[in-house]
Design a protein around this ligand. Structure first.
Ligand SMILES: [Zn+2]
Ligand SMILES: [Zn+2]
Length: 201
């Protein structure tokens, strides 16, 4: 397992007849975004393979593959959802010795360009961005996911909670005084419990 995906470009930077190659697998990706450390979690070792060829002047072309099973949260109930991705990598690169942290910019052609400044290139941010660009914006663990109760946070896939019992209007029993009670329940989830004494007959 590789801590972070790195590729050595020293030989390639010295001689444009050299290629650079790196491969390994990652169980997560850690990268910086807006000054904060972000982590992408993977369900298992995610294999990557990268080749970089010199194009002349300070430009290179990176190509390869990355196949993570990304762990995302269900948009409704927040449980883990595994999202398998098969990513084909392909991007122009430019070497600029003044650059400290590698970054992606849009080239004149509209293509993305990976700009980097050192012979030792950390591909974490590039792989993370590529992964996020290709991942769905949101996922559900099941199309019929019932989500969480907005009052108590109970996972409704595991069965209803006391708040759900009051939602279907047609089932309201006037004798229980539910309309008043449900307003109350919204302010204090435990008040509903007190109102739910069943007649003991
Ligand atoms: Zn769900
Ligand atoms: Zn509830």
């Amino acid at each position: 397992m590789t801590d972070s995906p790195r590729i050595h470009l020293g030989a390639l930077l010295r001689s444009s007849s050299e290629d650079a190659h790196a491969e390994g697998s990652l169980d997560h990706l850690q990268y910086e975004q807006g000054g904060e450390t972000q982590i992408l979690r993977f369900a298992g070792p995610a294999p990557f393979e990268v080749d970089i060829n010199a194009l002349g002047s300070n430009e290179m072309y990176l190509q390869g593959t990355f196949e993570p099973v990304l762990i995302m949260e269900c948009a409704r109930c927040l449980r883990d959802v595994e999202v398998p991705l098969e990513l084909n990598l392909g991007t122009l690169m430019r070497y600029d010795p003044s650059v400290q942290t590698p970054y992606l910019e849009e080239a004149d052609s509209g293509e993305e360009l990976l700009v980097f400044g050192g012979p030792e290139l950390d591909l974490s941010a590039f792989l993370a961005e590529t992964t996020l660009l290709n991942a769905p914006l949101s996922v559900m663990h099941d199309e019929a996911c019932k989500g969480l109760c907005q009052v108590c946070g109970h996972d409704l896939n595991e069965g209803p909670c006391e708040h759900m019992a009051q939602v279907p209007v047609e089932e309201i029993d006037d004798d229980l005084g539910i309309p008043e009670g449900s307003l109350h329940a919204r302010q204090n989830p435990f008040a509903a419990l007190a109102d739910l004494k069943l007649p003991e007959e």
